[in-house]
Each structure stands twice: as C-alpha cells, then as structure tokens.
Unconditional design. Structure first.
Length: 428
C-alpha cells in the first residue's frame, strides 16, 4: 500500500486563526493546529526541545498543498492550558489537532503524539518515539522528519474518507479519492480507478498540479509493475503531465521526485538522480527520494551503494507505507550483486510488509532459484503470476532492461532472468 501527502510548490505561510462566531463556516480541508508539546519532565532543556518540535512541525505541515495550519504564535497561546479539542476546533476553525509530549527518562527521550478529529474528538492516529538522548538538534530534526511524513499521509487519508461523502465533489475531493485507490496497491484495478478520479479532477481543473503529479505516477506504476504492454506510451504520458505540473509549480517537490523516477526508467538515470536530489533540496522529508536514488544506482552498475540510500529512507521514515518498496530495492540490489541469500532476506521482508507487490515475488523467485532453493523459487513464481498473470520473463526483461544500457547492469539482469527460468516463470 502506498500513502501520499499532497504537496505544495512552496512553503505556505500558516494562516492566522479565525475568531469563533455563531455562524461559523465549515472548517477548511486539511486544517490543523499543532498544539505546544507538553514537557512532562519539567527540565528546561526539554522545554526548548518540545517547543522546537512544535515549531518545526508547524512549518513542515504548512508545506502540504491546500493545508490550513494555525500560526505558531496563536497555537502557543494554549500552552500549559487544559483544552477541550472540540471547543478548540470551533475557536480556530480547524478540523484536526495534533497533541504531543516529551519526557526524558535517564538516557532516553520519549515523544508521544496523537492526531485528533476536532469535530468528533476521535483519535485518528498515535505514535511514540523512544530514542537514546544524543544531540538535541539532531534528535529534533529526525523526529520532525518522521512525524511530518506520516502526518501528511494521515491527514490525506482522513480527508479522503470525508470526500467520499461529498454530494458534489470538487477537483480537490476527486484527487483525494484517487489517492485512496492508488494507496490500495499497484494492481490494474486500483490504478485504473485512481486514474479515473484524477482524470475527473483535471476535467474540472486542468491546472490542478496534484492531479497532474499523481496521474503521472499512476501511469508510471502501470508501466513498470509489468501491468501494461504500452510501457513507452505510459511513461511518455507521465513525463508530459509532470512537465506541465512543473511549469505551473516549479518548486513542487514530489513533481521533481516523480520526474526523477520517470527519467530513471527511460535511460536518463543521472538526470533522474539530479531530479531526486532537487526534490530533497525542496523537502528534506521525502524519504522516497533517497530510496529512488538507491534504486537508480543499480541501473548504473553501482548496486553496492544502494543499501546506504535505503537506510537513510528508513531512518527518516521507519514505518513508511513505502517500506515494502524500500526493502524490495535492497533485495534487487543484492540480487544484482549475486548476494542471493541477503537478497532473499530483504525480499521476504518486503513481502511481509506488502504481499500484493508482484515485483517483490518476481525478484524473490529469481534469488531463491540462484541460491539453489528451487521448490521455494517455483512457489514464489506461482504467487507472482497469481497477483499479475502478465508477469512473464519477456515482459520483465523488456521493462527492466529498458532502464539502462550499463553493461554491469545488463549482465546482472541476465543472471536474474536465468533465475526466473529456473523458477519456472513463463517466457511469454
């Protein structure tokens, strides 16, 4: 399953709070207040840390496209006060509130957070970080990066559920519903449904940048997950959509990231890596960008560098819904390096995280066969074909082989293809 956050082309200044009125309008979508984190230990050093996390999260969440994030100065007027979240939501006209606390115990720091629906008081999501105390600024950066990525995803998920009930969905509602389908996994049905919602969103608003960006990713997924024979056309359509998106929003981090993905899948690997690096310069929290750079290192014959990039992605977002993809990249790199036992381990972990990804099963079948475990390899091959009956050797070679002309990469690809033959994967 993939979960994405909508992203803006620039950091948006958090809007000021609105006063409470008896005829209060409906709270804006993606509207949230980050309440000052509580310092449970009372240590003044922890107080600075708690305030720093609050301020940084406020800034990072304001980068979500279409978001309404209450300004730091307003949020801090509630510091140390007992708060009824429903009353707070009415006062500030927001749908969500984020509460948190920090507490030091010996040489460890614990951070608790919870996302609350301000209209119903329902707790939507909670997380806890428990880390050794090191440099406070490094800890703050790491925790904020993890939280911002996950919170963006949780907010979009909550809004998607709301948008399903909208009697007359607008372009933004339709993007959210498209994301809900694409989050279910890279299958023909899910991506087809997502594409339909993004097309409807663009019909209402041709300049909807997020619709363009996510439409491009749907096309790219369809092309590269062995789901379509018109791979070149799909990738070309994705590039056209991303080019338009970037013309409208040059600083849209995820548009740069997805352009990097498309370039890397069309034999422009170095350009693709540069686009991913550009995305990270705009939004340091894009864990996926680190993983994609790692994958691209395989294409240029530098698979030994891949794992370090993926480790950085997992450091930023250890519970990322893309973790299955990150682990698959490591497994792929190990397979290309001929380290098949390590490849099997990473690919099995990828499948544990998301069993519906056909490519993980394909690479696992090859790695098991090359490791000499033919019965398990054949079982993995059958599973891959159950998920995607089009996962043949011919389609695999045509898809993966189109990524690069690097001789080291192509030699590794042929070894993997031989493993697939040993595993009983059909040729056509």
């Amino acid at each position: 399953m993939r979960v994405y956050a909508l992203q803006s082309d620039r950091a948006v200044a958090p809007p000021a709070a609105r006063p409470a009125t008896s005829d209060r309008t409906v709270a804006p979508r993606l509207s949230i207040v980050v309440l000052p984190f509580a310092n449970l230990g009372g240590d003044p050093e922890q107080e600075y840390f708690a305030d720093g996390v609050t301020e940084s999260l406020t800034t990072d969440l304001s980068r979500i496209g279409g978001s309404f994030v209450i300004a730091r100065n307003t949020a801090f007027t509630y510091k140390g006060k007992a708060i009824d979240v429903k009353t707070l939501g009415r006062e500030l006209n927001v749908r969500y509130a984020l509460e948190g606390s920090v507490q030091r115990r010996g040489d460890r720091m614990r951070v608790n957070v919870q996302l609350i629906d301000a209209e119903s008081r329902n707790h939507l999501w909670a997380e806890r970080f428990d880390k050794p105390v090191t440099d406070f600024f490094d800890m703050q950066d790491e925790i904020v990066a993890r939280l911002a990525s996950r919170l963006g995803a949780e907010l979009v998920s909550a809004e998607a559920r709301r948008s399903e009930r909208a009697p007359s969905p607008d372009s933004f509602d339709l993007v959210l519903q498209g994301l809900a389908w694409s989050n279910k996994g890279a299958t023909t049905e899910n991506l087809s449904q997502a594409r339909g919602f993004f097309q409807r969103a663009l019909a209402l608003d041709p300049a909807n940048v997020d619709a363009l960006v996510f439409m491009a990713y749907v096309e790219a997924d369809t092309a590269t997950y062995l789901l379509s024979e018109d791979k070149a056309e799909r990738l070309a359509a994705a590039e056209v959509a991303l080019t338009k998106a970037l013309s409208l929003a040059p600083e849209h981090a995820r548009a740069h990231l997805y352009m990097g993905i498309v370039l890397g899948w069309t034999k422009r690997v170095e350009q693709g890596i540069a686009e991913c690096e550009r995305a990270l310069a705009i939004d340091r929290n894009l864990a996926l960008a680190h993983a994609v750079i790692g994958a691209r290192k395989v294409f240029v014959g530098r698979a030994e560098e891949t794992e370090a990039h993926v480790r950085e992605a997992l450091r930023l977002s250890p519970r990322d819904t893309e973790a299955f993809y990150y682990l698959m990249i490591v497994g792929m790199a190990k397979a290309f390096l001929g380290r098949h036992e390590e490849a099997v381990d990473s690919l099995r972990r990828s499948i544990e995280a998301n069993s519906s990804n056909p490519l993980s099963h394909v690479f696992l079948a090859a790695a098991l066969a090359l490791f000499g475990r033919l019965e398990e390899a054949q079982a993995a091959s059958r599973t891959a074909l159950t998920i995607n009956p089009q996962a043949t050797i011919a389609r695999f070679r045509a898809t993966i082989g189109s990524f690069s002309d690097n001789p080291v990469f192509l030699a590794g690809l042929e070894r993997i293809v031989e493993g697939l033959r040993m595993a009983g994967m059909p040729e056509e």
